[in-house]
Design a protein around this ligand. Structure first.
Ligand code: T4K
Length: 374
């Protein structure tokens, strides 16, 4: 049984020697960034791997989110979730827009479509939904609201690389979807991200936006930014792509092992995948309720004392941070499901190189608590 410290996640790195030829090619060509050959190749390979129409690579997911909002020319209010990583709402504020928080569904922890409908005002221009932990949102209901009320739909799909729903990539949902390729993600390029777009025209617009709005040497048509992915990142992505299926299989196996190890432990709930979803094992969230003899924070501390570093993603709720707390929609009274989830959630370690025996140790520790106190 391994006793080395365990983290909530760790990047899986391919053998170093496999990266050397990519570096040699970069050195030989001397193209380091700005739509270089590896960048183009990674876009092509990801389009094929993910089964999407168009992809525009970015230097990270947050800049990609901001660019997506700018590409759709949003104004006013954007309806979003308080139960996410803070980058979701920050990207709304950075775009000069007002986030409006709505509550989530208890079974998926994604935005509740009924709450979205109720939060629409004349100033609303978009819905920014998150496939939290890779679980697909109610994309049909959200698309229907968007169509009927004239709103754009962006998915923050930072957690959803490789997730399929009803036989196709979940990244095809919405007007635009944004993924993160951060080191902690299923597929990483150290830092990185991408916007998935439905057609070449929109991709062309987004490509200009991530390159300062430049069309050619003498023409600038939009207030673009620098969102470009460089050649080192793209090369690493190409190498990662060769190994990603094995990484996904391993994550799914760990997910299944946790479900078995935790089955029947009082007060511990594992989030169920949606029907017709192929999950990616990006996170393993559990909810710990009053029937467990320890609180979530006590379980967090217990695991930490055994070198198992779980994380309370996503606690505290985004809406409690100072830049959001005064918004009317941040009132916890309107967010009871999200507030409860933030108090109960714990993400257990899951990554391809998770030390052997970790799942069993977690199971034994949590069962031990319920049996010794039960
Ligand atoms: N939207 C959503 C829903 C997101 O979850 C995120 C990012 C974004 C948007 C924005 O995408 P990016 O702009 O990041 O592309 C981490 C990540 O920094 C962040 O990317 C991620 N979500 C968020 C959920 O988690 P922290 O502050 O918790 O990371 P950190 O540094 O504490 O790392 C967690 C654990 O991972 C460490 O304990 C050890 C391990 N680790 C981490 C890094 C960076 C490694 O082993 N090696 C590493 O290089 O935010």
């Amino acid at each position: 049984m391994s006793e080395r410290p365990v983290f909530v996640t760790q990047p899986s790195l391919p053998p170093l020697e496999e990266f050397i030829p990519y570096l040699e090619e970069i050195w030989a060509k001397k193209v380091l960034t700005n739509d270089g050959p590896f960048h183009r190749q990674l876009e092509r390979e990801l389009v094929e791997y993910l089964g999407v129409s168009q992809i525009s690579l970015f230097n990270n997911g947050t800049i990609a989110l901001i660019a997506a909002m700018q590409a759709l020319c949003l104004t006013g209010e954007v309806i979003t979730t308080p139960f996410s990583f803070v980058a979701t709402a920050h990207s709304v504020l950075w775009s000069g827009l007002t986030p409006v928080f709505v509550d989530i569904e208890p079974d998926t922890l994604n935005m509740d479509p009924a709450r979205i409908e109720a939060a629409i005002t004349p100033r609303t221009t978009a819905i920014l939904a998150v496939h939290c932990y890779g679980t697909p949102c109610d994309v049909d209901a959200i698309a229907e609201i968007g169509r009927r009320r004239g709103l754009r739909v962006i998915y923050d799909a930072a957690h959803a690389f490789g997730v399929t729903y009803r036989g196709e990539s979940i990244l095809r949902a919405g007007d635009l979807s944004v993924v993160s390729f951060h080191a902690t993600k299923v597929f990483n390029t150290f830092e990185g991200g991408a916007i998935i777009a439905p057609d070449a025209e929109i991709k062309g617009h987004i490509d200009q936006m991530k390159n300062f709005g430049i069309v050619d040497q003498t023409t600038v048509i939009s207030t673009g930014t620098n969102g470009k992915m460089n050649e080192m990142q793209a090369a690493f992505g190409l190498l990662q792509l060769k190994h990603v299926d094995r990484a996904l299989d391993r994550r799914r196996a760990i997910d299944a092992a946790y479900r078995e190890a935790l089955a029947g432990v009082p007060g511990i709930h594992c989030l169920a995948p949606k029907a017709q979803q192929v999950a990616n094992g990006s996170y393993f969230p559990i909810l710990i309720d009053e029937r467990h003899r320890q609180t979530r924070d006590e379980v967090f501390a217990l695991l930490a004392s055994h070198g198992i570093n779980a994380r309370r993603y996503f606690y505290p709720l985004i809406s409690t941070f100072p830049m959001y707390a005064k918004l009317p929609s941040a009132d916890p009274a309107g967010l009871p499901v999200a507030t409860r989830a933030a108090d109960q959630v714990l993400c257990l370690p899951i990554y391809p190189d998770l030390p052997d025996g970790t799942v069993e140790r977690v199971g034994t520790l949590l069962r031990g608590v319920s049996e010794s106190c039960g």
